[in-house]
Write a new protein. Structure first.
Length: 438
């Protein structure tokens, strides 16, 4: 896609918040002010570049070529494209899992590092001198996944950055970036908690800011970090699990010889998670589903599941689920409405049901919060300010948790898109200045 502008000559450092759902690039200037990179879209410029890729094939053999788009262009094409394509999102969620090694797209094999490199190259396209600037990339405190392998995740991410032309990259916890951004205007010492809610993880940092920092800012002293692989995508999963998957054959049966057996749960478990849904369109999965449809007691539902996968309707479904989740932040009920390619799903979701569905997830978030406080040796009443960033901070049951633990007066809600990247750019700038003065 066409990028708005190259990095100005007075840029000294860059912060990149590579997110599960959205990514942001922030530029720290020599005088200390920070700007975020703007990306053009058909609806106007945006700072948040959707973490998505679209692949399709052009031409006829033997002159066939694989094309791709990313970010806003990928979203726009996912809505309108009727020819065969593959839409991928939430790639970050795979980083710590050895289960995802590679995938074949139109006959070409792509490793996870390849895919993320393609995305990062587009995200930074047009920025000159990346190899000469201090670059900090955010990373979650705990990577998403059942048994996340941190070493694997960081090695993959580093390899993806290197393949994208950024061979020298350092990392900082994402909530640390948010803390820097919040604290840039502090004039007195303060102990604070940062709660950074992404698509794949919820991360917490307890920070102490005291006089003695660079450029007139307070000195940042990290006291503890903790996190959990539960966040916005988990809440989407609950909506799909309860309101969508039953309409697509979950808990239905199929005949095997003389017995009725439940449809294998792994199809709907994968379908309900965005990072796995995009990879279900394999010959093996499609063949298996078609066999189940032939022997199903309710074939129409499984046919709709197959259609969502076959026609790449994942993004359209994502939009419907996300819209319902957002509506529940301010209303007692919301209508989930999806109608694409003959697949129609409509369900009214009550806030009380949604709160019940996500109760275990909210408890897991509170557990990570308690872990951060315990590691810091800090009681909730000693926290002078709570800085929350990310869309999940607006979910009523999550906000109620923080109101109960800290009181509404101490809670500040930051820019969901710019806070982390802008703080990471400030960290990169401070590290560069420290290296020069050393």
């Amino acid at each position: 896609m066409t990028i708005a502008a190259k990095a100005p000559e007075d840029v000294a450092a860059i912060g990149i918040d590579f997110g599960t759902t959205n990514s942001v690039v922030a530029l720290a200037h020599h005088d200390g002010h920070v700007t975020t990179r703007s990306f053009p879209t058909h609806a106007g410029p945006v700072d948040a570049y959707r973490s998505a890729l679209m692949f399709w094939r052009e031409g006829r053999p033997p002159a066939t070529a694989i094309r791709h788009a990313s970010g806003p262009d990928a979203l726009h094409m996912a809505i309108d494209m009727t020819s065969e394509h593959r839409f991928l999102q939430s790639l970050k969620t795979h980083l710590s899992s050895r289960a995802f090694q590679d995938t074949r797209l139109f006959g070409k094999l792509y490793s996870l590092e390849d895919l993320i490199s393609v995305f990062l190259s587009d995200l930074t396209a047009g920025l000159d001198g990346l190899d000469k600037l201090s670059l900090i990339s955010g990373r979650p405190v705990v990577f998403a996944g059942d048994r996340p392998d941190e070493e694997l995740a960081l090695s993959r991410l580093t390899a993806a950055y290197a393949a994208g032309g950024m061979a020298s990259v350092d990392y900082a916890y994402e909530p640390l970036g948010a803390a820097y951004w919040y604290a840039r205007n502090l004039t007195r010492a303060e102990t604070m908690l940062v709660a950074d809610f992404g698509g794949g993880t919820s991360d917490f940092s307890v920070m102490r800011f005291e006089p003695g920092g660079d450029a007139g800012r307070l000195k940042a002293i990290p006291l503890s970090h903790a996190g959990v692989g539960v966040a916005g995508d988990s809440f989407d999963y609950r909506i799909i699990e309860h309101a969508v998957s039953p309409r697509l054959g979950k808990d239905s049966r199929y005949r095997s010889f003389d017995k009725w057996l439940p449809v294998p749960a792994h199809y709907h478990a994968a379908f309900a998670q965005w990072h796995r849904l995009s990879l279900m369109k394999s010959r093996e999965t499609m063949t298996e589903l078609k066999a189940l449809i032939r022997d199903s007691e309710d074939p129409a539902k499984l046919e709709d599941l197959l259609a969502v996968i076959e026609y790449d309707l994942g993004y359209a479904l994502y939009r419907a689920v996300s819209a319902a989740k957002i509506a529940l932040s301010s209303a007692d009920e919301a209508l989930l409405s999806f109608n694409e390619m003959g697949v129609t799903i409509e369900a009214t979701i009550n806030r009380s049901d949604f709160d019940r569905w996500i109760a275990d997830d909210v408890n897991a978030i509170e557990g990570a919060l308690d872990e951060a406080l315990a590691r810091a040796g800090t009681a909730p009443e000693a926290i002078e300010a709570v800085f929350m960033t990310g869309g999940t901070s607006h979910v009523p049951s999550v906000r109620a948790l923080f109101d109960r633990r800290f009181g509404p007066a101490r809670i500040h809600v930051g820019d969901a898109f710019r806070s982390v990247a802008s703080g990471l750019a400030l960290i990169a700038l401070d590290r560069q200045r420290a290296a020069i003065s050393a």
